[in-house]
Ligand binder design. Structure first.
Ligand SMILES: NC(=O)c1ccc[n+]([C@@H]2O[C@H](COP(=O)([O-])OP(=O)(O)OC[C@H]3O[C@@H](n4cnc5c(N)ncnc54)[C@H](OP(=O)(O)O)[C@@H]3O)[C@@H](O)[C@H]2O)c1
Length: 291
């Protein structure tokens, strides 16, 4: 049942996307309606300062999830960051949401999850399938790539003069994390019926990694270009930067699939949902260069 002042719980609230969702949600509804679901409450002091309720919410502790979901009407399940563990973790949350009779569960999936060939998409596909059969009223937010996946590495890459990857000339319809957070808030607070909808969310203007590198060079005034590597070589670079081998391979696979268009979308559903253009990559570059 939809209530006039629904209680809205955001999982992964101490994560980067979760924090943005809480901050933006607090501008739209009274903080007394917001519950920050966190694995580690010690990390959530700044969220409590916003006046929201902080509640323990651990995907790996199914026995605790009934009390975590007490009184919750709308739930944003932010996909876990523990790649390889995600399907059972998400199933725990969906099972608990069914028991709690949550009126709407919004799940952050991956762009074109049903057809996306990236290895990273498998757990999202499994979660979507489970959710769709679960009996929980759901809406799926198929998030494209965060522009920050690239821009966060720019300061370090600038010192080496090159951005490396394996995405060749693939066009990537990325958007800022804050754009995706805004979309989640729009759906969670919408007066329209959201149950059963599937949103393909992506940036308005797609770019190649060469175009991104050229803009970094333009804005920084320093020589900088994109250097494409073979999949195995790129995975090797990621391992040398400290990533575990398995995860490095998954990310290198993502790049190769991006070269074939797996992260491209021109449906503009994200900008329609949030009511404005998505953040241009040039602005993200400017921010990270401190300009
Ligand atoms: N679209 C993209 O480009 C992209 C890129 C990277 C990741 N993702 C996906 O989108 C999600 C959100 O992105 P993000 O940037 O916010 O990632 P993030 O900063 O790594 O946040 C992930 C959140 O998941 C929480 N979490 C992990 N395991 C959990 C568990 N067992 N129980 C409860 N919470 C758990 C983490 O809790 P702690 O705060 O306690 O660590 C954290 O709050 C990621 O988790 C990942 O599935 C998408």
């Amino acid at each position: 049942m939809t209530q006039a002042s629904p209680q809205i719980l955001i999982t992964g609230a101490t994560g980067q996307l979760g924090r943005l969702v809480i901050e933006q949600l607090a501008k739209k509804v009274d903080p007394s309606q917001i519950i920050a679901g966190v694995r580690n409450p010690e990390k959530a002091g700044d969220l409590a300062d916003l006046g929201v309720t902080v509640r323990r919410f651990d995907y790996d502790q199914p026995d605790t999830l009934d009390s975590s979901l007490e009184g919750v009407d709308r739930l944003l399940l932010i996909s876990s960051s523990e790649v390889g563990q995600r399907t059972p973790q998400h199933k725990n949350v969906i099972d608990a949401a069914l028991r709690a009779k949550v009126a709407l569960l919004a799940y952050t999936s991956i762009l074109h999850a049903d057809t996306n060939p990236m290895q990273l998409a498998a757990e999202h596909k499994e979660t979507e399938g489970y959710l769709q059969k679960s009996g929980v009223p759901y809406v799926i937010l198929r998030n494209g790539w965060y522009t920050e996946n690239y821009t966060a590495n720019i300061p370090m890459a600038l010192d080496h003069g090159a951005l490396v990857g394996a995405a060749e000339g693939g066009r990537i319809s990325a958007a800022a994390r804050s754009d995706y957070a805004e979309a989640a808030v729009a759906v969670l607070t919408s007066a329209e019926q959201q149950v059963g909808r599937v949103y393909e969310l992506a940036g308005d203007v797609a770019f190649t990694l060469s175009e991104l590198a050229a803009d970094v060079s333009r804005q920084s005034g320093r020589p900088f270009q994109y250097q494409n590597l073979e999949e195995a070589d790129y995975a090797g670079v990621l391992v040398s930067l400290g990533l575990p081998e398995g995860f490095a391979a998954v990310l290198a696979n993502s790049d190769v699939e991006a070269s074939r268009g797996a992260l491209f979308d021109d449906g503009h559903q994200l900008s329609r949902l949030i009511g404005h253009q998505t953040t241009p990559f040039q602005e993200m570059v400017s921010r990270v260069l401190g300009q």
